[in-house]
Design a protein around this ligand. Structure first.
Ligand SMILES: [Zn+2]
Length: 89
């Protein structure tokens, strides 16, 4: 039995520092949950979008968000952020 989670290679695993920066971007943009309208999210990992989709900026990432409302009917969502907004140190 493995103790480490299986992470897909295309996923960018975010450190606590990266997640802290992403949360600061959430405070600025104030996204609303599409499922319940709530505004509190847990930040997950990121998927690099820039080279896949021509309409995205070359440093665009989709950052996974999970709505913290336990009654939310669609808790999993995401927000597009630039890498420079949350990955740089
Ligand atoms: Zn929700």
């Amino acid at each position: 039995m493995s103790t480490s989670e299986q992470i897909r290679p295309e996923i960018t695993v975010l450190s606590e520092e990266h997640k802290h920066r992403a949360r600061r971007q959430l405070l600025r943009r104030r996204p609303a949950c599409g499922g319940c309208g709530g505004g509190d999210f847990q930040v997950g990992d990121a998927l690099y979008l820039g080279f896949l989709f021509l309409h995205e900026d070359t440093d665009a990432y989709m950052v996974a968000l999970t709505c913290t409302n336990p009654a939310c009917p669609a808790a999993h969502t995401g927000i597009t952020l630039r890498g420079s907004e949350f990955l740089t140190s």
